[in-house]
Design a protein around this ligand. Structure first.
Ligand SMILES: NC(=O)c1ccc[n+]([C@@H]2O[C@H](COP(=O)([O-])OP(=O)(O)OC[C@H]3O[C@@H](n4cnc5c(N)ncnc54)[C@H](O)[C@@H]3O)[C@@H](O)[C@H]2O)c1
Length: 284
């Protein structure tokens, strides 16, 4: 089936970026969220990002306006029955995802594909919740989606070759570079990246250095474009904690234990840029 009409579930940090990139590549996108406020925020982020791309000369005024006109928003998840592809980008919570994917899978049209943008949860487990597990795959984008080239494509045990081939074509069509990854906790990039960021929270909690110095250290000493604590604020501290909890539980290895300083900030509702406060403070 050729993919022309798609749905993105979850309009947060990742969902709005995925919708933007896909609309620019010519797809009709329905952006779905349970929270109307998240849809408003998602749409306004897309508008701002497209405006910035136009000002920089990356896209034309016509491309900006056409991409925006291709994106509709709704709280009604039954609209996914019209989609050729559904990408789930809701909160990193296994029970929430299992419930949501079962419901979306039951109304999926014959031949349509389904994917999760999960950062860490088993694709085989998520696929098993759906009645279309052969047409299900992990499609893991990176943040910020419009800027990051990579997409990890993760096959579950049930994923067929034709599903993997169609998803690879889709990822290339939207201008991203796929890598094929076997299903394993947090896949490849987050398995390496998130323990490093978690260790930065351990160092912060131990008082080894200030947040600014830890970030400066990794930028100037290791050539990272952004420090680990600033990156954590960009990712979302709740999402980072959820990823560390999956790594810790699935590998059963204490080296993945989430840092206490990270837990404390999440418990306080300081989730990073999306709440204007995490390790650092941000303007709305
Ligand atoms: N933040 C990152 O850097 C990053 C990178 C790659 C992948 N991911 C993954 O992408 C997914 C989304 O992460 P995020 O950072 O965008 O989270 P987020 O907290 O910014 O947004 C999640 C959105 O999902 C919505 N939602 C919750 N339950 C829903 C439901 N039942 N139906 C529809 N919408 C629902 C919430 O209202 C919220 O708007 C997670 O699986 C996460 O692990 C995140």
């Amino acid at each position: 089936m050729s993919i022309e009409r798609m749905a993105v579930i979850g309009a947060g940090t990742m969902g709005n970026g995925i919708a933007q990139v896909c609309a620019l590549a010519g797809l009709e996108v329905t952006l779905i969220d349970v929270a109307p406020a998240a849809l408003d925020r998602g749409r306004s982020t897309i508008e701002k990002n497209l405006q910035r791309q136009m000002t920089k000369g990356v896209i034309s005024e016509v491309e900006r306006a056409t991409a925006l006109s291709r994106i509709s928003t709704t709280t009604d998840s039954s609209t996914t029955s019209k989609s050729d592809l559904v990408i789930e980008a809701a909160t990193e919570d296994v029970n929430l995802k299992l419930r949501l994917l079962r419901q979306i899978g039951e109304q999926l049209k014959p031949g349509a594909l389904m994917a999760s943008n999960t950062s860490s949860i088993s694709i085989t487990q998520l696929a098993a919740a759906t009645p279309c597990s052969d047409r299900f795959m992990g499609v893991h984008f990176f943040n910020p989606v419009p800027m990051m080239a990579l997409v990890e494509l993760i096959r579950g045990v049930q994923t067929t070759d034709s599903t993997a081939a169609a998803m690879t074509d889709f990822v290339r069509r939207i201008g991203k570079t796929p890598i094929a990854v076997r299903n394993a906790p947090a896949f490849v990039v987050n398995r390496l990246l998130c323990p490093m960021i978690n260790e930065a929270f351990c160092a912060l909690g131990d008082g080894v250095a200030s947040a600014e110095e830890i970030d400066e250290g990794m930028k100037l000493g290791c050539g990272h474009p952004i420090g680990p604590l600033a990156l954590a604020d960009l990712i979302g501290l709740d999402t980072l904690l959820a990823i560390m909890e999956v790594l810790h539980a699935d590998f059963g290895d204490s080296k993945y234990r989430p840092a206490w300083a990270l837990r404390e900030l999440v418990a306080a509702g300081r989730l990073g840029r999306k709440t204007q406060r995490g390790v650092y403070e941000y303007q709305a």
